[in-house]
Design a protein around this ligand. Structure first.
Ligand code: NI
Length: 171
């Protein structure tokens, strides 16, 4: 297993709709192991393949630091098949450093996807698990939290990045 580089906004790989996985081979399994290790190393609760530069529909989620009853989930080709209620919660993203913003999500969802063993699975999610799953599924559709906040907040974040970049160039 290896820890991979996490790509940051505005890298173009984060803006793409990722490709379906049609065969779970050794490469996909290794990707899942590496993504899991990368997520833990970064103290994240979720990671999508595009965040490590691989534009495929694969996500890993482990919300156990917040909800200890939950376990690691690795889902291939995940899709939301139903959702209800509304929740807003401050979200961060490993690809959008120093940005914590409230994002509106469905409170409860049902996900369908494929397990790393090739089985079709359905996963109900509520609370933090629901939020994390929606956040990661957004990633594989090329959507970031920056796309879900107001234009003003997005501009402020972009300006902050620009300033930091200029400062780095001077130093
Ligand atoms: Ni994220």
């Amino acid at each position: 297993m290896s820890v991979l580089e996490i790509f940051k906004y505005p890298h173009p790989v984060l803006k793409k709709r990722c490709e379906e996985v049609d065969r779970i081979d050794g490469e996909i399994k290794k990707l899942i192991y590496d993504m899991t290790e990368t997520m833990y190393e970064a103290n994240g609760i979720g990671l999508a393949a595009c965040q490590v530069g691989v534009p495929r529909r694969v996500i890993v989620v482990d919300v156990s630091p917040i909800d200890p009853e939950k376990e690691l989930l690795a889902i291939i080709n995940p899709e939301i098949i139903s959702g209800e209620g509304e929740i807003d919660h401050e979200e961060g993203c490993l690809s959008v450093p120093d940005c914590l913003e409230k994002v509106k999500r469905k409170e409860k969802i049902l996900i369908r996807g494929i397990s790393p063993e090739g089985k079709t699975i359905e996963i109900p999610g509520e609370g933090i698990l629901s939020i994390a799953l929606q956040h990661e599924i957004d990633h594989i559709n090329g959507v970031l939290i920056l796309d879900r906040i107001s234009r003003l907040k997005r501009e402020l974040y972009r300006n902050k990045l620009k300033k930091e970049k200029r400062k780095e160039e001077k130093d």
